[in-house]
Design a protein around this ligand. Sequence first.
Ligand SMILES: [Zn+2]
Length: 247
Amino acid sequence: MAIIKTEAITLRTTDFSDTSQVLQFLTGSDGVVSALARGSKRPNSPFQGAIDVLTLNEIVYYQKRSSLHELAEVDQITTFPGLRCDVSRVYCASYAVELVYLLARDTHHPKELFDLLRTTLYTIERSRTLPQTVISFEIAALRVAGFEPMLDHCTSCGGAIRNQGCTNFSPLQGGLLCSSCSAEVTDALPVAPGAVSIARALAGGISKPARVKISPKQAIDLRILLDRFIETTLGSRLKTKQYLSRI
Ligand SMILES: [Zn+2]
């Protein structure tokens, strides 16, 4: 039975009994890991009380043959306190955690996904432009998982897409469409002028998000586009998606 020591972000917690929890962590080495924390809810437990979601920890666990491992130690690194004093930040962080949880099933790059979520949670703590931060995170997470939307060329004919004017996006094809191809695609969504260049700018990175101004119309279009694309790509609707309309 191997003993693993790693940094881990708590994604989900479930009561296993009156005194114990089952925890799901995102780790850089093994993606999502489930572990039983025996006695974690006892005040004098070695874990110093129940373990909360949205925390970054260094954990030690015994790797079992089953999918449920056993937690041995938890050393808390941060609870991301900047998140917890603002419900909008909690909404964004909860959405990020759910999206990462679903993408982690498919990614071959758990370390990149772990690093991205850790950076994103630190960024959400202090971001003054939460909608832009969320979009930057979504595009980056999709890229790590191999689902990056095509924003430079038409997904149908490969032609270049200009920044000016209206264009269309196909969730099924996973990217933008030129005007010629838009008429032939049944799921084409109109995208407001300028929204494409904003999406490209926000795709530049989560830790240094581009300072871009988004009009209400562009924000609505980008939100619809990403919601439909993520739903089509993952084949499921995120429960926390509704939170994004409240940030
Ligand atoms: Zn085309």
